[in-house]
Design a protein around this ligand. Structure first.
Ligand code: EPU
Length: 418
C-alpha cells in the first residue's frame, strides 16, 4: 500500500485546475445503462471510484472506449443486470445502478453495500421509494434481487434528504409510466447535473435544484455527449490547503457558487477571497487562520465532505471552535490521527471541540476514509517536520492527481510505493 511523505510547513502559492466531480460523474455513468445508446462523457475524473464504476458497467455489458478527453460508453448490448459484491464493497455508489437497471430490464441483482468507515449508511430509503414505484425486493445471501413488471410514477417523500437515493429515483422515474413527484429531494449540484444529463437524453425533469422534483416518464431516451461539472469538494479542499498554509492560490475551472458556504467560512477565518463564476483566488497573507464553527447539513448548508478539512484548519487556528457533524455518525476518525500530530480535540457526541494550537508536529498517521485522508494531507502541509500518511488508497478514490497538483503549488509531498 502506497504512502505519502510530506515535509512541512509549506506555504502554497500558484494556480490549480479543478477536475470533474466524482459524485456527479458516478450517477451520470450509471444513467448510461438506462437506455441502449452511445454516450460521450467529458470531464470524468480519473479516480479509483470512477474506474470501479467503469468496471461495473463493463460487467453489465457496456463497451468502454477511453479517449484523451472523453470516455465513450456503448450501452447497446448490456445483458447482465448484476452488481457483484467484489465491486460494491469497494464503492457504495454502485447502488446507483439499481434505478437505471430496473428501468431498462425490469430486474436487477445488486450486492448490499455492507459497513462503511463513516457510518452505517443504509439504503432502505432507496428501496422504499422503488417499492412505491412497483418494485419488489428479495434479499438473499447479501444480494438485493429487485423485480418489476413496469415502473409506475408516484409521489415519493423522502423522510430524510438522500443524495444517491434522489438520484436512483430520478433515473428510475425518467422511464416510468406517468408522473413522479419527489419531495424532500436532495438539492446538491450533483443531483442537478444528473437531471441536466437526463434531460439532454430526452427526459422531462423539472424542479431539480429545489426540494420538489417532478419527472414525467418518457418512453425513450437517446445517447448524448455531456461534460460533468467541476468537483466542489476538490475546490474546497484546495481552498483550505491555501488557507491552512497562509498561502495564496487561484483555483480555475470551478463553479464558485457551489462553494459559497465554504468561501463564507474561510472569509470568517481571515482569508481574502475574490471570485468570478469559474475561478476563485484566496489570499491568506501569511496569517494564521481564526477558528470557525461549522455545522454540516444537506446542500446548500455546509457539506459533510468538507468537515474533516475544516477540522484540520481549526487545529492550528487561533481560538476554539466547535464542529458539529449532522450527516454521518462516525465521521470523526481523522481526529485521533490529528491528535498524534499535536492537535487538541475533544469529541462530545457529534461535536468536535477544537482548541487551536500554534503548530502541529509531523507524525505517522493512517487514512481511514476519503475525506479524512484529505484532511491529514492538509495537516501534514502545515505541520513541522515529516508526516507519513498510510493507506492513501482512500485518497485515490476521490482526488485526481492530488500530489502533482499540490507539488505544483509548492508542497513537498511524495508518494512512496510500498
Ligand atoms: N441514509 C439513510 N437511509 C438511506 C440513505 C441514506 O438513513 O437509505 C442516511 C445516511 O446514512 C446519512 C444521510 O441519510 O446519514 C444522508 O446520506 P445520503 O444518502 O445523502 O448519502 P449518499 O447518497 O450515500 C452522497 C455522497 C457522499 C456524501 C453524501 C452526503 C455520492 C456518491 N456520495 O452519499 O460522498 O458524503 O452524499 O452529502 O454522491 C464522499 O464523496 O466522500 C462521500 C462520502
Amino acid at each position: 500500500m502506497d504512502k505519502f511523505i510530506i515535509d512541512g510547513p509549506t506555504k502554497l502559492n500558484g494556480e490549480v485546475d479543478i477536475s470533474g466531480s466524482k459524485n456527479a460523474a458516478l450517477p451520470i455513468l450509471t444513467a448510461c445503462l438506462g437506455k441502449p445508446g452511445i454516450y460521450i462523457l467529458k470531464n470524468v475524473p480519473n479516480l479509483r471510484d470512477t474506474r470501479t464504476m467503469l468496471k461495473l458497467l463493463e460487467i453489465i455489458g457496456c463497451k468502454i472506449n477511453h479517449q484523451p478527453k472523453a470516455i465513450i460508453i456503448d450501452s447497446n448490448n448490456c445483458n447482465n443486470p448484476e452488481a457483484p459484491y467484489e465491486l460494491v464493497r469497494k464503492m457504495r455508489a454502485s447502488v446507483l445502478v439499481l434505478g437505471p437497471l430496473l428501468a431498462r430490464f425490469g430486474s436487477a441483482v445488486v450486492s448490499l453495500p455492507g459497513g462503511c468507515a463513516i457510518g452505517t449508511r443504509p439504503v432502505e430509503m432507496h428501496l422504499d421509494a422503488l417499492s412505491k414505484m412497483g418494485v419488489t425486493f428479495d434479499i438473499q445471501n447479501g444480494y438485493i434481487s429487485a423485480n418489476c413488471s413496469r415502473l409506475i410514477g408516484c409521489e415519493i417523500s423522502f423522510p430524510k434528504t438522500t443524495v444517491t437515493g434522489t438520484e436512483n429515483i430520478l433515473m428510475a422515474s425518467t422511464l416510468a409510466e406517468g408522473k413522479t413527484v419527489i419531495t424532500n429531494a436532495a438539492r446538491e449540484p450533483e443531483v442537478v447535473d444528473l437531471a441536466n444529463f437526463l434531460n439532454e437524453m430526452g427526459a422531462e425533469i423539472t424542479g431539480h435544484g429545489t426540494d420538489v422534483i417532478e419527472v414525467k416518464g418518457v418512453k425513450s431516451l437517446r445517447g448524448v455527449s455531456y461534460s460533468a461539472l467541476p468537483d466542489r469538494i476538490e475546490t474546497g479542499t484546495f481552498l483550505v490547503a491555501a488557507a491552512i498554509t497562509g498561502g495564496e492560490i487561484t483555483i480555475k475551472n470551478t463553479i464558485s457558487n457551489h462553494v459559497a458556504i465554504i468561501i463564507e467560512k474561510l472569509r470568517q477565518s481571515g482569508a481574502i477571497i475574490d471570485s468570478t463564476d469559474s475561478s476563485i483566488t484566496l489570499n491568506m497573507q501569511g496569517k494564521r487562520p481564526k477558528a470557525v464553527n461549522i455545522e454540516t447539513g444537506a446542500y446548500p448548508l455546509f457539506p459533510t465532505d468538507m468537515q474533516a478539512q475544516l477540522t484540520a484548519l481549526n487545529t492550528i487556528a487561533s481560538g476554539t471552535s466547535i464542529i458539529k457533524e449532522n450527516i454521518f455518525e462516525n465521521r470523526f476518525m481523522h481526529i485521533q490521527e490529528m491528535s498524534r500530530m499535536g492537535a487538541e480535540i475533544k469529541l462530545e457526541q457529534n461535536c468536535a471541540i477544537i482548541s487551536g494550537k500554534d503548530e502541529l508536529i509531523g507524525a505517522s498517521v493512517m487514512a481511514t476514509d476519503l475525506r479524512a485522508s484529505a484532511s491529514l494531507i492538509l495537516a501534514g502541509l502545515v505541520a513541522k517536520g515529516t508526516t507519513e500518511i498510510e493507506r492513501i488508497y482512500h485518497i485515490d478514490r476521490g482526488y485526481d492527481c492530488i500530489e502533482e497538483k499540490l507539488q505544483q503549488l509548492g508542497a513537498d509531498i511524495h508518494r512512496m510505493p510500498m
